[in-house]
Design a binder for this molecule. Structure first.
Ligand SMILES: [Zn+2]
Length: 526
């Protein structure tokens, strides 16, 4: 392997750089899902594999520069045709091909030098993306535009800490309103809401979500402010990075910070929803035993390049974590050993898909089409029989959730000492007739199904209960949840925002379309 030039930059190192680029690029597209430490093994093995391939080719043709070129083009071609989202690869292949054609009569150190430089420049793209993502997570972005009403308020520490209320905040993902359950699912949910009323909850009769997507809805609730299209966090063009940022805006919001100033403990129930990562300053509740899933990043990468089958489809239910997380979230009593006051936050993936649990809380494989977190038309494809399956699986999971929640909240009411407020709500309604894959708008989405949701609040303070009675008759938009809580308990004067709801497509969460009342109430063609 003798080279004309001894200069290191004339060596064809670009196949190795390309080997580094593939796992790095996959990571940058999924930074909100994986930790960088998950990538280390891949970053060593992938370049080594490319180097081995290069060596094999060199043993055959005995021309080092040519072997490097052939290996890189082959790797790029193989990856691209198994891995469509890596849109940058064809550009790299074309660029290398142009260099090759330009110096095809003399594929030597000059050619390698040019491609080395080119590949180094290419490698900068994921490196910059990783650095800027970490930056975005580290920066104080909980209130990026300074619009949150919670940022500017001042709450004095009371003389007696015991007068501060413990706050329990349980989110039931995709929980529909009773009217939706009756009209679209043919299910009478009033025995559940009546029982909640019996144990002291005030159940909202007309509850709206500000957004059709989980992270937009939840981050705006914790921000206490609506978003503007393309502004603040929504200026992030990469949708996955945006979701990661919005997730942090939920778990480390200005609300949690204000409560910490008041010496609250922060309890975080791990529910397996990857965009909501546990902040380091919280006290966690984990399910006791999770199946060992290995390195999720590597599994994702290997399935993407066709070496492993897609993880979700291939996994047996017994190896899945969702039910384990769910059972733990709705039964945990770890809060009993924590000093009050505290904020307990749990975002439960129920009755949202996957539908792999029955009403008794046992694993089921009855609804195979809904064994992943996919929702709406990403799962139903708008097909009638699949929509029917969605409704059945949803109701089964709802029945389990209802029973487990009643048990859990009863326990909380009787066992959490001192003043307390327990809030349970859906982040949005169900998605049997949701179409969020069209970037141009809600299409044939049944908006009333998605925007009308569920809210029940318990307080053991009679004055607060009295103020909450308006939920029984007036429209309540969840954007106002913490505005209301702060005004009631901390004597702030934030007030409530006008009721508004926006639609965002799954691919373009940065772009918000304001919906009017007529659109939301329009009859659904189901
Ligand atoms: Zn959701």
């Amino acid at each position: 392997m003798r080279l004309r030039s001894n200069a290191i930059y004339s060596w064809p190192i670009y196949p190795l750089l390309f080997g580094l680029y593939i796992p790095l690029n996959y990571f940058t597209h999924n930074q909100a899902l994986y930790g960088f430490s998950d990538t280390v093994r891949s970053l060593i093995i992938a370049p080594l594999l490319v180097a081995c391939l290069c060596l094999v080719v060199w043993l055959v043709i005995r021309r080092v520069h040519f072997a490097a070129l052939v290996t890189t083009l082959f790797t790029g071609y193989a990856v691209y045709f198994c891995y469509t989202p890596l849109v940058e690869v064809p550009v790299i292949i074309v660029a290398i091909t142009i260099v090759w054609l330009t110096c095809r009569n003399n594929i030597g150190s000059n050619c390698s030098r040019i491609i080395n430089v080119m590949m180094l420049a290419v490698l900068m793209q994921p490196l910059i993306a990783i650095a800027s993502f970490k930056q975005a997570i580290q920066t104080d972005h909980v209130d990026p535009l300074g619009t949150s009403p919670f940022s500017s308020i001042r709450i004095d520490q009371p003389v007696d800490k015991a007068t501060l209320p413990t706050i329990v905040h349980i989110v039931l993902d995709a929980y529909s309103s009773n009217a939706t359950l009756r009209d679209i699912f043919g299910y009478d949910n009033t025995p559940f809401t009546d029982e909640l009323t019996d144990i002291g909850f005030i159940v909202g009769q007309d509850v709206r979500t500000p957004y059709n997507q989980t992270l937009l809805a939840m981050s705006s609730i914790f921000l206490g402010e609506y978003f503007d299209s393309g502004q603040g966090p929504l200026s992030e063009k990469n949708s996955d990075q945006l979701r990661g940022t919005l997730g942090t805006m939920v778990t480390e919001s200005v609300v949690q910070r204000k409560l910490r100033e008041l010496d609250y403990n922060y309890l975080f129930v791990e529910t397996g929803y990857q965009f909501l990562r546990r902040p380091s300053f919280s006290i966690p509740s984990y399910p006791g035993k999770l199946p060992d899933k290995g390195n999720p990043y590597e599994a994702g990468l290997l399935s993407l390049i066709g070496i492993l089958p897609p993880p979700k489809e291939s996994e047996a239910i017994k190896d899945r974590n969702e039910n384990t997380y769910l059972r733990n979230a709705l039964t945990t009593d770890f809060y009993l050993s924590v000093e009050t006051p505290f904020l307990l936050y749990e975002h439960v993936l129920a009755p949202h898909p996957p539908f792999i649990i029955d009403r008794e809380g046992e694993d089921t494989s009855q609804w195979q089409e809904f064994n992943s977190i996919k929702a709406g038309n990403a799962a139903t494809e708008g097909k009638k029989e699949l929509i029917e399956g969605y409704k059945q699986g949803y109701l089964e999971k709802l029945r389990y959730t209802n029973a487990a929640l009643l048990k859990q909240t009863r326990k909380m009411i009787s066992e959490i000492p001192g003043p307390k407020i327990i809030m349970v709500h859906g982040d949005h309604g169900s998605g049997a007739h949701l179409n969020d894959r069209d970037p141009n708008g809600p299409g044939n989405t049944c908006l009333s199904e998605r925007y009308n949701t569920f809210l029940a609040i318990y307080s053991n303070d009679p004055i607060i209960r009295n103020r909450l009675m308006s939920l029984k008759s007036e429209r309540f938009n969840l954007i106002n949840l913490y505005r209301l809580i702060f005004d009631m308990y901390f004597e702030t004067d934030i007030g409530l925002l006008k009721d508004q709801s926006f639609f965002a497509s799954w691919k373009k969460p940065q772009q918000l379309n304001l919906l009017d009342e007529q659109q939301i109430n329009a009859e659904c063609s189901i």
